[in-house]
Write a protein that binds this ligand. Structure first.
Ligand code: UD1
Ligand code: UDP
Length: 359
């Protein structure tokens, strides 16, 4: 079968790595990069670090408003799909690249497969929640990472084509952790010791674009009692600079600001952190995988299993709650590797189901 896979943002390159490898054993894959992320540290570094094949098409869409960005993706994707005549389109996660490819495929009456289907934060002010709901509505194959995501779809009366396959990001983490341990020099480069620092990431629009939230998070970071490593997403860096908060972070002796990091360096930092503070979806799961306590700078999560495991707490952007969680113990947390089908074989399952599908 000829399959067009569409990626465009950092977490999608990571998710695509094991799936692309698995489906290329049986099918012809055409990889399309929308160009949503384009800085070396947000894109190419993952193709190199995870041995992802070079994209067959780079649509070069770049940054813009939601409408402009999604519309450009749609108009640039349609001719590629018409030229290539695939039998299926494969999308990942919940970004604007996901939504654009889903709509393009659905309008051309092509079967659509969605990796990470059924996730819901039940917060429609998140652009990602809209992208998830709309993509799932037009998907024929819905690859769910958790039983909760299967249940969410059932509640929306979607049962046909739904498959619980496990989490592809878990596949990548399992495969890469030893490689990171052997090859990454990040701890030495940043001058931090194992289990001697906190690690943080922030990029969610609800945090960066709301000054009170951004302020709450920055104030908490400034008051943390331990060294903090903070690789800055370009969106966050821009907003910190525009609001005068960047300098405060840069001047703090206990804070190390870095560019966004490659995957192996980042998982090395995750694995060896005392605690992780984040609003990222992927990082919440990876913290759980590495058995590192996670303080999630959001009021909701699609990854509820990480919370019930005891490794993750939701604290929003409130300074006091963040600092309290940073001081708390996470004793008694359970192993996230016990979550059903989080066993490193999600991509294989996806490939087998595609092989067996009638499309
Ligand atoms: C996007 C996804 C989000 C995902 C995140 C992963 C949507 C709506 N959001 O958010 O779900 O969690 O990617 O990281 O699709 N920029 C650069 N260089 C880049 C990319 C972005 O400078 O290579 C800056 C631009 O100023 C841009 C801003 O970051 O306007 C935001 O980028 P965008 O892709 O629109 O959204 P993300 O916040 O990255
Ligand atoms: N990540 C990375 N370098 C960084 C920050 C994150 O490699 O500097 C990885 C992280 O390990 C995870 C993924 O990027 O696999 C998460 O992406 P992001 O937080 O951008 O998006 P989300 O998961 O929130 O959609």
């Amino acid at each position: 079968m000829k399959i067009i896979s569409v990626v465009g943002a950092r977490p999608q390159f990571i998710k695509a790595a094991p799936v692309s490898r698995a489906i290329r054993r049986h099918h012809q894959e055409i990889l399309v990069h929308t160009g949503q992320h384009y800085d070396y540290e947000m894109s190419q570094v993952f193709f190199e670090g995870l041995n992802l094949p070079a994209p067959d098409y780079d649509l070069g869409v770049g940054s813009d408003s939601h409408a402009e960005q999604t519309a450009k993706m749609l108009t640039r994707l349609e001719p590629v799909i018409l030229d290539e005549k695939p039998e299926m389109v494969l999308v990942y996660g919940d970004t604007n690249s996901t939504l654009a490819a889903a709509v393009a495929a659905a309008k051309l009456c092509l079967p659509l497969a969605h990796v990470e289907a059924g996730l819901r934060s039940f917060n429609r002010s998140m652009p990602e929640e809209i992208n998830r709901i709309l993509t799932d509505r037009v998907s024929q194959l819905l690859f769910c990472p958790t039983q909760t995501s299967v249940n969410n779809l059932k509640r929306e009366n979607v049962e046909e084509g739904v498959h619980l396959v496990g989490d592809v990001m878990f596949d990548v983490a399992l495969e890469a952790v030893d490689r990171a341990e052997k090859n990454s020099t990040i701890l030495g480069r940043l001058g931090v010791g194992k289990k001697e620092y906190l690690l943080a990431t922030v990029h969610r629009a609800g945090n960066t674009d709301d000054l009170a939230s951004l302020n709450g998070i920055v104030e908490a970071f400034l008051e943390l009692g331990e060294p903090l490593v903070l690789p800055l997403h370009p969106r966050t860096k821009k907003l910190l600079e525009n609001t005068g908060l960047y300098e405060k972070l840069a001047d703090a002796k206990h804070i190390t600001l870095t560019e966004p990091l490659g995957y192996l360096d980042f998982i090395m930092l995750q694995k060896n952190a005392v605690k992780i503070l984040t609003d990222s979806g992927g990082v919440q799961k990876e913290a759980c995988f590495h058995k590192v306590p996670c303080i999630t700078l959001r009021e909701d999560t699609e990854w509820v299993e990480t919370v019930t495991s005891g490794w993750n707490v939701l604290v929003g952007a409130d300074k006091t709650r963040i600092l309290q969680a940073a001081a708390n113990s996470f004793d008694g947390a359970k192993d996230c590797q016990g979550i059903e089908l989080w066993d490193g074989r999600a991509a294989e399952r996806i490939s087998s189901i595609i092989n067996a599908s009638a499309y």
